[in-house]
Design a protein around this ligand. Structure first.
Ligand code: UD1
Length: 421
C-alpha cells in the first residue's frame, strides 16, 4: 500500500498547469464508442480512472493507442462485445456511461453495477428512467443492468429528470445521439463537462443543442464520423490547487483554466480574504495573512461544487471565526474526511446537512486516511498547511483523479513524497 508523507508549514509558490477534466474525459471516452471511425482525443489526463476506462474499451474490441503524450486515439469500428468486464466496471463509478454508449450504438448492453467513490448512496434510478423512456427494456438486478430494445424499439423521447443528475444527463445524451427522433432532457445538469460532452459529440457529427442550460435537445443522427477533440481543463483540480495556495498562505499562478468555470470558487476564496487575479486562461491566488470565515452551500453548477466541499472545509478549519458549510448534493459526504481533519486539530460540528467549522490557528500533522478522491485531496491540503508530518493513507483514491499530483505540488515547493511499502 502506498501513502503520501507531507511535511507541512511551507507556503505554496510558483505555477501549476491544470490537466484535462476527469469528469469530462470519463464521459467522452465511453461516448467514443458511438463513433464509427477514429477519434483523436487530446488533453487526456493520465489518471487511474482513465487507464481503467481505456482497458474496458479495449476489452470490448476498440483499438486504443496512447503514445505517452496526453493524446488518446480510439477506433471503435470493430467492437465485438456489449458486456464490459465486470471486474473492470466495478473499479470505477463512471463505467455506467458504457450503458448509454452500448445501448445507443448496438441497442443492447449488459453492464455490472459500478464501483468508485462511496461517499454516499449513489442511486442510478434517473439513468434507468431515461433508458426506459428511450424505449429500452431494462433488467436491473443487484449485480448488473441489462438493456435491450422494448416492444416499440428504441427512439428519441422527452425525459424530465426528478433530480438534477450529471450522470443521468450524460448517459441519456450518449444513448440518444444515434436514436431516431428527438430527445429532450428537462431539468438537465449544467456542469462544464456536460457542455464538453455535447461539443465532443457535435464535433463527431451529432446534433445536440442546449447543453449548459436545463433543457438539452438531441436530434438523432444515423452515424458519427471520426475527428479530433480537446478536453476542457479540470475545474476541480484547479479549485484544489487554489484552495491549497490559500490554505498554505501561498502565491500561485494556476494555468490552463477557464475562469468562467471557476467563478463559484473564486468568489468564496475572495470572501475569505484571498486576492484573486484573473487572466484569460489563468488565475493567480495570493493568500492573506490569515483566511477569514465564510459560508458555503454546495449546489449543482453554476453553484459551489460538492467536489470542492472537503477542500474548502480545510480552508475554513484554519480561518479566523466560525464558518458554515452546507452540503445539498451528497449529504453524507462530510463523513469521508471530517473525523480525519479532527485528528489534525480541526473543530467541526456536523448537524444534518451543515458543518459548523471553528477556525484554529493551525492544524497539526497526523496519520489520516483518504476515504474518497476529494477527501484525499483535502487531507493533502490539510497536511501542507499543518505543523509537522502528515501521512495520508489510501492514496489510490487520489490517484484516480489527480494527474502527477506529487510532481505538481513539489514544483510549488511542497514537501510531499509518495512512499511505497
Ligand atoms: C457526478 C460527478 C461527481 C460529482 C457529482 C455531483 C462524474 C463522473 N462524477 O457524479 O464527481 O460529485 O456529479 O456534482 O461526473 N441521483 C439520484 N438518482 C440518480 C442519479 C443521481 O437520486 O439516478 C442523486 C444523487 O444521489 C445525488 C444527486 O442526484 O444526490 C446528484 O448526483 P449526480 O449528479 O448524478 O452525480 P454523479 O453523476 O454520480
Amino acid at each position: 500500500m502506498a501513502r503520501y508523507e507531507i511535511i507541512g508549514g511551507k507556503p505554496l509558490e510558483g505555477e501549476v498547469t491544470i490537466s484535462g477534466a476527469k469528469n469530462a474525459v470519463v464521459a467522452i471516452l465511453p461516448a467514443a464508442l458511438l463513433v464509427d471511425g477514429v477519434c483523436r482525443i487530446e488533453n487526456v489526463p493520465d489518471i487511474s480512472d482513465v487507464r481503467i476506462l481505456l482497458n474496458m474499451l479495449e476489452d470490448l474490441g476498440a483499438k486504443v493507442e496512447r503514445d505517452g503524450t496526453d493524446t488518446v486515439i480510439i477506433d471503435s469500428t470493430n467492437i465485438t462485445s456489449t458486456t464490459p468486464a465486470p471486474e473492470l466496471v466495478k473499479k470505477m463509478r463512471a463505467s455506467y456511461y458504457l450503458m448509454g454508449a452500448l445501448l445507443g450504438r448496438f441497442g443492447k448492453a449488459h453492464v455490472a453495477l459500478p464501483g468508485g467513490c462511496n461517499f454516499a448512496s449513489r442511486p442510478i434510478d434517473q439513468h434507468i428512467k431515461g433508458f426506459a423512456a428511450l424505449g429500452a427494456d431494462v433488467d436491473e438486478t443487484d449485480e448488473y443492468v441489462a438493456l435491450q430494445p422494448g416492444p416499440n424499439g428504441l427512439q428519441g423521447n422527452r425525459v424530465s429528470l426528478d433530480v438534477v443528475s450529471v450522470g443521468a444527463t450524460v448517459n441519456i445524451m450518449i444513448a440518444a445521439t444515434l436514436l431516431p427522433g428527438q430527445t429532450v432532457i428537462e431539468n438537465a445538469a449544467k456542469e462544464p463537462h456536460i457542455v464538453d460532452l455535447a461539443n465532443f459529440l457535435n464535433t463527431m457529427g451529432a446534433h445536440i443543442s442546449g447543453a449548459g442550460t436545463d433543457t438539452v435537445k438531441i436530434r438523432g443522427v444515423e452515424s458519427l464520423r471520426g475527428g479530433t477533440y480537446t478536453i476542457i481543463p479540470d475545474q476541480i483540480e484547479a479549485g484544489t490547487y487554489m484552495a491549497a495556495a490559500a490554505a498554505t498562505g501561498g502565491n500561485v499562478l494556476v494555468k490552463n483554466v477557464i475562469p468562467k468555470h471557476m467563478e463559484c470558487i473564486t468568489t468564496k476564496l475572495e470572501d475569505m480574504g484571498v486576492k484573486v487575479i484573473i487572466y484569460d486562461d489563468a488565475i493567480r491566488i495570493i493568500a492573506p495573512e490569515r483566511l477569514h470565515r465564510t459560508t458555503v452551500k454546495t449546489r449543482p453548477y453554476p453553484g459551489f461544487p460538492t467536489d470542492m466541499q472537503a477542500q474548502i472545509c480545510v480552508c475554513m478549519a484554519i480561518a479566523s471565526g466560525i464558518s458554515r458549510l452546507t452540503e445539498s448534493v451528497y449529504e453524507t459526504r462530510f463523513f469521508g474526511y471530517c473525523t480525519e481533519l479532527e485528528s489534525m486539530g480541526a473543530d467541526i460540528l456536523i448537524t444534518g446537512k451543515t458543518a459548523t467549522v471553528t477556525g484554529q490557528e493551525r492544524l497539526h500533522g497526523a496519520t489520516v486516511k483518504a476515504n474518497d478522491l476529494r477527501a484525499g485531496a483535502a487531507l493533502i491540503i490539510a497536511g501542507l498547511s499543518a505543523e509537522g508530518v502528515t501521512t495520508v493513507e489510501n492514496i489510490h483514491y487520489v490517484e484516480r483523479g489527480y494527474e502527477r499530483i506529487i510532481e505538481k505540488m513539489t514544483a510549488l515547493g511542497a514537501q510531499i513524497k509518495r512512499i511505497e511499502d
